[in-house]
Design a protein around this ligand. Structure first.
Ligand SMILES: Cc1cc2nc3c(=O)[nH]c(=O)nc-3n(C[C@H](O)[C@H](O)[C@H](O)COP(=O)(O)OP(=O)(O)OC[C@H]3O[C@@H](n4cnc5c(N)ncnc54)[C@H](O)[C@@H]3O)c2cc1C
Length: 223
C-alpha cells in the first residue's frame, strides 16, 4: 500500500452526506468525530446499515433497505481435550432436531490450528431473530453435539466461546433484485460505490468480494 495514502484504521463511519459536488463522511476515531470529503466514496458497509447512516435518504430507499432479507449467525468455537474426535473436514446438518446447520473441524485442515492432543470444532448456527442469547445457543450446541455422538459426556471441553455476526448470508427473496436496484441506483447517483458481499448484497465468497473492491478501485482511479 502506498506510504502516501492516509489510512485511518479503528474508525467507525457514523454519517454519510452526499452533496452535489462531493460526499462528506463523518467517522468516529478514538472517541472524536472527524470528517473527510471526496468526489466519490467506496463503501463495504452492509446496505441496511449504510442507508441507516445516510443523511436524509429518500423514503423508497429506506423502505427497500428495510426489506432486504438476510440470515444472522452465531459461531460456537469449541476445543475438546481428545485428539481425532472425527476424520471429517466439515458436515452439514439439515435435520430440524439440531440447532446447528454446519460445522467444521479446523484440526483436520491444519495441525497448526489446534494444540496437540486436542480437537477443534467450529459450529455455525444461523437465525433471523434480533437479540438472540449466544450463551443459550452455546449450551444447546453442546447438548446437540452429544446427540450426534461427535463428543461424549466424558469429553472435557476446554474452550467454548461464541462470536455473533448480524449479517452472514444474503437471502434471495423474490424482491431481492428490485430492492437492491432501488438502493444501488440512489448510491450510484450520489457518488457512493457499494462493494463486497453486503455492499453489492450478493452471496459472494472471498474471491468475488476482493474482485468487487478491485473493480471499484479501478473505476475511481481510471486504471
Ligand atoms: C459462516 C461463513 C463462512 C464462510 N466461508 C467462506 C469460505 O470458506 N470461503 C470463502 O471464500 N468465503 C467464505 N465466506 C464468505 C466471506 O466471509 C465473505 O465473502 C467475505 O468476508 C466478504 O468480504 P467483504 O469485505 O465484502 O465483507 P466483510 O468481511 O463483512 O467486510 C465489511 C467491512 O466493513 C466494515 N464496516 C461495516 N460497517 C462499518 C462502519 N460503519 N464504519 C467502518 N467500517 C465498517 C466492517 O468492519 C468490515 O471490515 C463465509 C461467510 C460466512 C458467513
Amino acid at each position: 500500500m502506498s506510504k502516501d495514502l492516509n489510512v485511518s484504521t479503528g474508525s467507525e463511519v457514523v454519517e454519510i452526506r452526499p452533496s452535489r459536488t462531493e460526499v462528506i463522511v463523518k467517522y468516529r476515531k478514538e472517541g472524536k468525530i472527524r470528517e473527510a470529503a471526496s468526489e466519490k466514496i467506496i463503501s463495504s458497509i452492509p446496505l441496511p446499515d449504510l442507508v441507516g447512516i445516510l443523511h436524509d435518504p429518500p423514503e423508497e430507499v429506506v423502505k427497500a433497505a428495510g426489506s432486504l432479507v438476510y440470515n444472522s449467525l452465531v459461531c460456537v468455537n469449541i476445543g475438546v481435550k481428545r485428539p481425532g474426535i472425527i476424520d471429517k473436514h466439515w458436515l452439514y446438518f439439515p435435520e430440524e432436531e439440531f440447532i446447528f446447520n454446519r460445522m467444521s473441524f479446523p484440526m483436520n485442515f491444519s495441525e497448526h490450528t489446534t494444540p496437540g492432543g486436542r480437537s477443534s470444532i467450529l459450529v455455525e448456527v444461523t437465525h433471523r431473530e434480533a437479540g438472540v442469547d449466544p450463551e443459550r445457543i452455546r449450551d444447546r450446541v453442546v447438548e446437540d453435539l452429544k446427540k450426534t455422538g461427535i463428543i461424549t459426556e466424558r469429553d472435557e471441553i476446554e474452550v467454548c466461546d461464541t462470536s455473533a455476526f448480524k449479517y452472514a448470508y444474503v437471502i434471495y427473496d423474490l424482491d431481492h433484485r428490485k430492492n437492491v436496484g432501488v438502493i444501488h441506483d440512489y448510491l450510484d447517483g450520489n457518488g457512493i460505490i457499494p462493494v463486497g458481499r453486503f455492499g453489492e448484497w450478493e452471496y459472494f465468497n472471498m474471491d468475488k468480494a476482493i474482485l468487487s473492491g478491485r473493480n471499484a478501485a479501478s473505476s475511481v482511479s481510471g486504471a
